[in-house]
Design a protein around this ligand. Structure first.
Ligand SMILES: NC(=O)c1ccc[n+]([C@@H]2O[C@H](COP(=O)([O-])OP(=O)(O)OC[C@H]3O[C@@H](n4cnc5c(N)ncnc54)[C@H](OP(=O)(O)O)[C@@H]3O)[C@@H](O)[C@H]2O)c1
Length: 222
């Protein structure tokens, strides 16, 4: 069975990805900012990974060893209120860039060889429609938008650079989902969103690498 490694499994979409891939019989490496949040599920490998802590990447790399990783899901993300222009919270801006952007790049840097050694060779970044510059008609959210637009930019470069190694890279917006991040008014459940994203990722071909899509397969404007 294939192997998936997922970041940010403490809650929300990450936790649901881990559950659904385990249900489907995959070998699941579920990683947590806080390992104490790991569910009591012996079907998975649970590991600590705060994506801003580079030493933890090295520790996990050692633990995973030669295992090929068919699917690498960069899901960990934070959406923090940065306030209004004039009184911006730069601590929050920097935190979002560190987790949503730099952490995702570090994940690929650490595990790209394991992905290249696998059969499916897929990397998925859970991005956001908020990262679309072309469809930004409401302004604000400087840190979150910049972190996800930057994530899209690095994903696109990785798609080009990793194409010769047969690796498919996709940037996927999960929809507006009822999680701690999406809030209770969101129309989609984590279960529905992850089901749709799993189907989408499962049918992505290498010729489609570098796409920016919503969970339902709709292309999004950069
Ligand atoms: N829900 C939506 O409507 C929506 C829309 C667009 C994009 N997204 C994206 O979807 C992804 C998942 O979000 P979600 O909706 O499932 O919200 P969530 O429940 O808040 O999940 C985010 C996860 O990321 C983890 N995380 C935060 N900082 C981390 C770090 N430094 N290292 C490792 N993990 C870290 C969180 O762990 P802790 O809880 O322990 O901090 C949490 O488990 C995010 O990238 C988010 O931007 C969500």
């Amino acid at each position: 069975m294939p192997t998936v490694l997922i970041t940010g499994c403490d809650t929300g979409l990450g936790r649901e990805f881990a559950r659904q891939y385990a249900d489907a019989g995959w070998t699941v490496w579920a990683t947590y900012r806080d390992l104490a949040q790991a569910p009591d599920d012996t079907r998975m490998q649970h590991a600590a990974l705060d994506v801003t802590d580079f030493a933890q990447f090295e520790a996990l790399k050692q633990r995973i060893g030669d295992t090929p990783i068919d699917l690498l899901i960069s899901n960990a993300g934070v959406g923090l209120d940065t306030g209004q222009l004039g009184t911006l919270d730069f601590g929050h801006v920097e935190r979002m860039l560190a987790v949503n952007l730099v952490g995702a790049l570090r994940l690929v840097e650490t595990f790209v060889d394991r992905v290249a050694a696998s059969e499916q060779r897929r990397i998925v970044f859970i991005t956001s429609r908020m990262g679309s510059i072309g469809s930004n008609l409401s302004g604000g959210h400087y840190g979150y938008r910049a972190s996800k637009a930057g994530l899209n930019a690095l994903g696109r470069s990785l798609a080009i650079d990793l194409f010769p190694r047969g690796i498919t890279v996709a940037m996927v917006h999960p929809g507006w989902v009822s999680t701690a991040g999406g809030g209770p008014r969101a129309p989609l459940s984590a279960e529905q969103s992850v089901q749709a994203m799993r189907a989408l990722v499962g049918r992505l071909g290498n010729h489609e690498t570098g796409v920016y899509l919503s969970h339902d397969g709709q292309p999004l404007p950069w």
